[in-house]
Write a protein that binds this ligand. Structure first.
Ligand code: ZN
Ligand code: ZN
Length: 146
């Protein structure tokens, strides 16, 4: 299956029509290893096709999030970041530089039925916080001072 079919099937699985602009947003996110902001997504999509307006891009992004195909990673005080939900993973956000990184998926235990009180769960994702590898103090820095 080539990349083009994969994007189309993913959209169809989410019950969305494959319009050229929606396709462009989804294809960009599926091919992007990082977590771009809405504005970065718009810039990339618009560069490839100048007919893609900011409003259309943002509307498509919102539709993709609602359909469960794109995850919005909320980082307080900073622009939300997005990634395609074709691969399950958790996230790590650096307290210092705000980097959003993927962490390998691990299963999260389901809360006890009685604690749910009638809520219906759809999904669960974790955000781990701390310092990224670039911001964390180096393990050997103390040794070097002596
Ligand atoms: Zn950092
Ligand atoms: Zn991610």
């Amino acid at each position: 299956m080539d990349a083009r079919d994969e994007v189309k099937r993913f959209l169809e699985a989410g019950g969305l029509r494959c319009t050229p602009q929606r396709y462009a947003v989804m294809a960009f996110l599926m091919g992007h290893a990082g977590h771009p902001t809405a504005s970065e997504i718009f810039e990339a999509v618009n560069r490839a096709d100048p007919r893609c307006s900011r409003a259309t891009t943002y509307n498509n992004l919102r539709d993709l999030v609602r359909a469960g195909l794109v995850r919005e990673v909320a980082a307080e005080g900073r622009a939300a970041r997005f990634d395609a939900k074709n691969q399950r993973h958790h996230h790590f956000i650096c307290d210092h530089c705000g980097a959003v990184e993927d962490l390998a998926w691990c299963k999260v235990p389901r809360p006890a039925a009685r604690s749910l009180g009638g809520r219906v769960l759809r999904d669960c994702e974790l955000i781990f916080r701390g310092l990224c590898a670039r911001c964390a103090p180096r393990k050997d820095s103390r040794a070097q001072r002596f």
